[in-house]
Design a protein around this ligand. Structure first.
Ligand SMILES: C[S@@+](CC[C@H](N)C(=O)[O-])C[C@H]1O[C@@H](n2cnc3c(N)ncnc32)[C@H](O)[C@@H]1O
Length: 197
């Protein structure tokens, strides 16, 4: 089964989704200090990466699909050295520990095919964050339309009530989860001083 089916691919590169990403998804991070060196996991066609890049000094856009990753390099080429596109897997991040000031992801967690792999992604996000860094993002919540879009597609929605415990198990503190129209989350990798408190 493909991670993302053909209908989904069409939606993800539509002007409507790009507007939603720019006007709603990425502004969902307002008030969160991302710092200079941000990693986005699951950048797809880059509609979240582009507005994200204007919120930090450097964005690393990670994408598991080799064709999407290659297309992303072309799509974001105008941003020059401010963006690096990496072909890789969020559950096995090809980065050293404590590299990033923030890790974010949008509408990708449900494409990770099991809760065990999602938990591995959370642990990897924690590993590559600097102490004090933030892990944040959002995902869709299940609905009949959402299920229809994902026919024959990888689709393992994150149950909002489980997320605080799962992020805490990965080592995060200060976890906030909200699930009105979408699932929004933020969590901190504690700094050593926080652990002593
Ligand atoms: C629905 S798209 C969302 C793309 C973009 N964040 C947006 O909001 O438009 C999800 C993307 O996550 C990618 N993806 C799925 N599993 C991944 C993984 N384990 N590591 C990195 N990317 C992954 C998919 O290939 C797809 O491009």
């Amino acid at each position: 089964m493909e991670a993302v089916n053909i209908i989904h691919r069409w939606l993800c590169r539509s002007p409507k989704w790009a507007r939603f990403a720019e006007q709603t998804l990425v502004p969902g991070l307002d008030g969160i200090a991302l710092g200079a060196d941000v990693l986005e996991i699951g950048s797809g066609y880059g509609v979240t990466a582009r507005p994200l890049a204007s919120r930090c000094e450097h964005l690393t856009a990670l994408e598991i699909d080799p064709e999407l990753a290659s297309g992303l390099r072309d799509r974001l080429a105008d941003l020059g050295e401010r963006v690096t596109v990496v072909h890789g897997d969020g559950t096995r991040l090809p980065f050293p520990p404590e590299r990033f000031s923030a890790v974010v992801c949008f509408t990708m967690l449900h494409h990770v095919p099991s809760t065990a792999l999602q938990d591995r992604l959370f642990a990897e996000a924690h590993r590559v964050l600097r102490p004090g860094g933030v892990f944040a993002g959002s995902d869709s919540l299940p609905s009949p339309r959402f299920r229809a879009i994902h026919l024959f597609d990888t689709c393992v929605p994150v149950a909002p009530e489980t997320l605080p415990g799962r992020l805490a198990s990965a080592g995060f503190t200060g976890v906030a989860v909200q699930s009105e129209s979408r699932l929004h989350f933020r969590a901190l990798k504690p700094a050593p001083a926080d652990l002593r408190a």
